[in-house]
Design a protein around this ligand. Structure first.
Ligand SMILES: Cc1cc2nc3c(=O)[nH]c(=O)nc-3n(C[C@H](O)[C@H](O)[C@H](O)COP(=O)(O)O)c2cc1C
Length: 415
């Protein structure tokens, strides 16, 4: 079918859609491009009347669900890929938001290809966005395991209607040349005036007792209240399916994450240690200090980084002999990425050991004021190290919550 002739079909004849045709369409649609060719999606085919009845409430009982011969639920799926990795001595790291987005992208691209092929074969389809409105009900009904999440539903059948085509916004509404150009009031008028003048839309405004078509969308069809309530359900379901973690902040205390992520954001904080200029790299997770590296700022032997650099990343990597290293990466003023290798090897092992202890305390999320008091109370064997701990305590003060202060006198008395 010519794409310019397509329309959504919501009424179907009782003529069955054969397994042979359906399988061919799904197989052909699987030629769609996907991330790393991993095909991060799966399709649950629903034909039984009982299962359609169970799915219908999740779709606000839209009649197509029970009336269509076939209902397809297309899921973002990292389960199969993760199982494959586990079975092949590979460690999958796909229980996160980025992986969900990647899998959802694959699933939706597949869905659209299927739609085009099905319409070309003469079938009628309707895409149900309600899939992501109450996903938990669909997850339970279809028995979806962790790392599988429904993102689209299609009702599929032979058309029993030939509705008028819907309008489209003009090209200038969707195309920007080279950079995004803001919408002036005149351009908004030019984009939407035709749509607003259509009799069916005028009728829509009238029966809903509204003044504008936009109000029908904001006040009736897709309201803030509904969007916010359904967003909560969506996040809860994504958490339940293990694509998102439990709230990063639990009661104001950052969550304990034992396995250090391979990359951590970090702040670069300069401090004075005796007469020397030192620098601390404070790795951050969920916005709170998670580890600290320190070193002499020195062009010859220590760390030389431009003064303007305040932030970067601490990257963990392993050598071919299994040795672990931490590098500091930053982007300089001209936009070039620079890496300073081996943060851990650059320093006097004694400082490194104390920094490791402090990092251990940070990793297990001891409140920062307690960490500062603890560090300040240490009585180490020489003045240089004592001056270093005082410097580190000062660095960490930057991360105290606004409501908590730790003054110098108090720290002195800790000694
Ligand atoms: C993300 C998305 C969600 C949709 N959800 C629904 C839905 O829940 N119910 C429905 O009847 N149509 C749904 N549709 C179909 C649209 O209403 C339809 O594509 C649009 O009005 C344009 O009409 P046309 O497809 O006939 O050109 C959805 C389409 C998309 C892409």
């Amino acid at each position: 079918m010519d794409i310019r002739q397509r329309r959504t079909i919501r009424k179907y004849t009782q003529q069955p859609v054969s397994d042979e045709l359906l399988n061919r369409l799904i197989e052909d649609a699987s030629r769609t491009q996907t991330m790393g060719n991993l095909q991060l999606y799966s399709v649950v085919v629903t034909r039984s009347a009982a299962m359609k009845e169970m799915l219908a409430p999740a779709h606000f009982c839209q009649p197509m669900v029970t009336q269509a011969p076939v209902v397809l639920t297309i899921c973002a799926d990292f389960r199969r890929t993760s199982d494959w990795c586990l079975q092949r001595q590979a460690s999958p790291g796909y229980d996160n938001a980025l992986s969900f987005l990647n899998a959802a992208t694959d699933a939706l691209l597949f869905t659209q290809t299927f739609c085009c092929l099905a319409e070309e074969a003469g079938l009628g389809i309707c895409f149900l966005g309600t899939t992501v409105y109450q996903p938990q009900a669909i997850i339970a009904t279809l028995d979806l395991p962790e790392l599988v999440f429904p993102v689209a539903t299609l009702t599929v059948g032979w058309p029993a209607e030939h509705p008028d085509q819907t309008d489209r916004l003009p090209l200038q509404a969707i195309v920007h040349r080279e950079t995004y150009s803001a919408f002036t009031p005149e351009r908004i008028d030019a984009c939407y005036s035709n749509r607003e003048s259509l009799p069916e839309n005028k009728h829509f405004v009238e029966v809903n007792n509204k003044e504008t078509l936009a109000q029908v969308f904001t006040d009736v069809r897709y309201t803030r209240k509904d969007n916010e309530a359904m967003s909560e359900g969506l996040l809860a379901a994504l958490t339940g399916q293990k694509f998102l973690r439990e709230d990063a902040l639990q009661g104001g205390t950052p969550k304990v994450v034992e396995r250090r992520p391979d990359i951590l954001e970090c702040d670069v904080v300069r401090f004075q240690n005796n007469k020397e200029r030192w620098v601390a790299f404070v790795g951050l997770l969920d916005g709170a200090p998670y580890e600290i590296f320190t070193g002499l700022q020195d062009d010859e032997e220590g760390i030389a980084i431009p003064k303007s650099v305040q932030k970067g990343f601490i990257v963990k990597h392993y050598d071919s002999d299994g040795q672990k290293h931490y590098d500091f990466q930053f982007v300089n003023k001209r936009g070039y990425k620079t890496t300073i290798e081996g943060l851990s090897e650059r320093f006097n092992p004694k400082y490194w050991d104390y920094a490791k202890l402090i990092s251990g305390v940070l990793r297990y999320r001891m409140p920062i004021d307690h960490v500062i008091r603890l560090i300040s109370s240490l009585q180490l064997e020489n003045d240089t190290i004592n001056s270093w701990t005082a410097g580190v305590a000062r660095v960490l003060k930057k991360y105290l919550p606004e409501s908590i202060t730790v003054d110098e006198e108090e720290l002195e008395s800790e000694k």
